[in-house]
Design a protein around this ligand. Structure first.
Ligand code: HEM
Length: 156
């Protein structure tokens, strides 16, 4: 059975949010940019930095082919955003990376993202993680970290 993205986010939230151990702050940019996990267990489960880069590239390509949300990425520097997403996932999973991008609030302010758009992105991310052979439980652990900023991203 295909995992349902909405259910996964709900499940992810139910699994509990990460305890902010070290937030990379960007003063004046709408709060912490990303919350670093307190250990690197999830990072290791995801297969480390190269594996994260690979499934993030695939995830990004899936979004560009996804008619529901592809338009958001028109004119966006793909190389930059792929790198920023991979760093974001890596830091959220407790990996030895840095995230130099802007806060989730500032990155998505004004984009008018709906819950449906968010769910579509989660579905594309799940498909990329599935294709990478990551177990469902690992996928949900990453989604739980990302769900933390749901309210900064969905503005409509
Ligand atoms: C789990 C949810 C999400 C995460 C973790 C996430 C993460 C990020 C990150 C790290 C950036 C780069 C910020 C920077 O410029 O430094 C970004 C930018 C962006 N995101 Fe998201 N995002 C999420 C949801 C979404 C959704 C649902 C959409 C639209 C369907 C979206 C569209 C965009 C766009 C268009 C940009 C580029 C904005 C710009 O450069 O002007 N994101 N996102």
């Amino acid at each position: 059975m295909k995992p349902c993205p909405v259910l996964s986010i709900a499940l992810a939230l139910a699994l509990g949010l990460p305890v902010p151990a070290r937030a990379q702050s960007a003063p004046g940019q709408g709060g912490p940019t990303v919350i670093r996990a307190r250990d690197d267990a999830l990072y290791r489960e995801l297969g480390g930095q190269e594996a994260i880069r690979r499934f993030t590239d695939d995830f990004y390509d899936r979004m560009l082919k996804d008619a529901r949300i592809a338009h958001f990425f028109d004119g966006i520097n793909a190389a930059y955003l792929k790198g920023a997403l991979a760093d974001y996932f890596c830091v959220s999973a407790g990996g030895p990376c840095d995230y130099d991008g802007v806060s989730m609030h500032n990155a998505h302010a004004g984009l008018g993202i709906t819950k449906g758009d968010f769910d579509a992105l989660v579905e594309d991310l799940q498909q990329a993680m599935d294709a990478a052979g990551l177990p469902f439980a690992t996928q949900n652990r990453l989604l739980a970290r990302l769900a933390f900023h749901h309210r900064d991203i969905v503005t409509r």
